[in-house]
Design a protein. Structure first.
Length: 61
């Protein structure tokens, strides 16, 4: 899963808590593909806009 150089792994990042280990750091260090970390607040805000898009909307990206 997401092991090729053309793959992109997107993970959400929460504010750091004292009892949670920084999983996103481990993923970034050990992933075999590029990793994009998205702050949780941005993900929640933008998720609604993405749900309204049709597959053809991504052709311009």
């Amino acid at each position: 899963l997401a092991a090729g150089p053309d793959d992109l792994l997107v993970i959400g990042v929460r504010p750091r808590r004292w009892h949670h280990r920084p999983v996103h750091r481990h993923v970034r260090r050990h992933a075999r593909c590029p990793v994009l970390t998205v702050p949780l607040r941005s993900a929640r805000r933008d998720f609604r806009a993405l749900r309204r898009m049709a597959p053809g909307d991504f052709c311009a990206l």
